[in-house]
Design a protein. Structure first.
Length: 395
């Protein structure tokens, strides 16, 4: 049974938010003649395309390999030859597809692979076309690609991934006319081999501990606002320590909620948090292979203390490779590997927290949070005393 069945009608009928995201990844053949690719388009162009998705750009950060956009609902990452869009809530992400294809046509970019995936919706009745059902999502993508492969990966309790993969069908080469050389024949190019940074690791976490959730409410830190509040949340939550040497772009929402993008060379990192109790949710995603290692997976789980967690690897390699994670206080309840066609494979694992261990973990998190609050308050008092003393000295 889905864990959200435990909450009463008041929770479901009140104001809720769909934390689990929809995600689109579109890979294009690298162009030798246009190294900038999709990065030649600026914020104005992407803002126009995102109108169809019903989200806006909040902030942008870039390095020499890609552009990272913080959105009102999650994130977008733009490389020269791939675009990754991840949105939560009731956004209409798939409506982005025809807009992106039109943009690709302008620069002569050729689609290699399209991946669409999402964790199961908590409140599916709130979703809009073309996301009202998995069948509707598949039907919509099929309007733009003739061969769409679909799969539901995960356990029967509802904590599963819905995945769609597509690739343009190989077009038969045209017979050359007497005036044409064989090289003039047109065909859809075969996909390029997988490149570093194309395998994507994701963690979807639900039922965050109460003390973790409170760190993402602005009322917890009434003396801060805006970007200062976001930076403080990054620090006290442990997210900053989780991402050493990463250039972080963070955002705090009103009255609660948090998003961040991170950049390090060609690797991106993104975390999104819905902290409301009753439907709390956090997601972590990266193309950095380091974070698939058991010690880093444990670090992510320890940061958010969820009651349930799903880890997923999407890859263009033949067989997904994830360690057999053994996390203290958690039991692995499901593991599934699926080959989806179009050269894409997915490995998914589900974990449930042991109730006793989770209570101990929650108590530990609460103690650390209390000590941190005491330290911050003491530091602020010392600053006030020092400033007051300086004022007296001047007087």
């Amino acid at each position: 049974m889905d864990m959200y069945a435990q909450f009463g009608d008041d929770t479901l009928q009140g104001e809720v938010f769909e934390g689990p995201e929809k995600k689109l990844e579109v890979f294009f053949s690298p162009s030798a003649s246009d190294a900038e690719g999709f990065r030649q388009f600026g914020q104005a162009t992407w803002s126009e395309l995102l109108v169809a998705v019903s989200c806006t750009i909040l902030h942008t950060k870039a390095n020499d390999q890609f552009d990272a956009y913080l959105l009102s609902e999650s994130s977008m990452f733009v490389y020269a030859d791939k675009v990754i869009l991840k949105t939560c809530g009731t956004t209409t992400l798939l409506l982005f597809v025809p807009k992106l294809l039109a943009l690709a046509e302008k620069i002569g970019a050729v689609v290699e692979n399209v991946h669409y995936g999402r964790y199961r919706y908590k409140f599916p009745e709130q979703q809009l076309y073309p996301h009202a059902s998995f069948d509707q999502e598949r039907a919509y993508l099929s309007q733009h690609f003739s061969a769409v492969h679909s799969r539901v990966v995960g356990p029967e309790d509802g904590r599963c991934w819905f995945v769609l993969c597509a690739r343009p069908e190989q077009q038969p080469a045209k017979k050359p006319t007497p005036k044409q050389l064989p090289l003039a024949a047109e065909a859809t190019p075969p996909p390029s081999p997988p490149r570093e940074g194309e395998d994507i690791f994701e963690m979807a976490m639900e039922g965050l501990s109460h003390d973790v959730c409170t760190r993402f409410f602005e009322s917890t830190f009434p003396h801060l606002s805006g970007r200062a509040l976001a930076a403080h949340m990054t620090k006290v939550s442990g997210i900053g320590a989780l991402l050493p040497d990463v250039d972080i772009d963070d955002w705090a929402f009103e009255p609660c909620g948090y998003s961040m993008n991170g950049l390090r060379d060609g690797f991106y990192y993104t975390i999104h948090i819905t902290p409301e109790e009753g439907f709390s949710y956090a997601s972590f995603e990266t193309n950095d292979p380091k974070y698939r290692h058991p010690e880093w997976v444990q670090a992510v789980v320890s940061t958010f203390a969820p009651t349930v967690c799903t880890a997923t690897l999407t890859t263009r390699h033949v067989s997904p490779e994830l360690p057999t994670y053994q996390m203290p206080g958690y039991e692995r309840t499901c593991m599934e590997v699926a080959e989806l066609g179009a050269g894409v494979s997915v490995c998914s694992m589900n974990f449930n927290a042991d109730p006793t261990a989770h209570r101990k973990r929650a108590k530990f998190v609460a103690t650390v949070a209390a000590k941190s609050a005491e330290f911050i308050a003491a530091s602020e008092n010392l600053v006030e005393i020092a400033v007051g003393g300086a004022m007296l000295a001047v007087a």
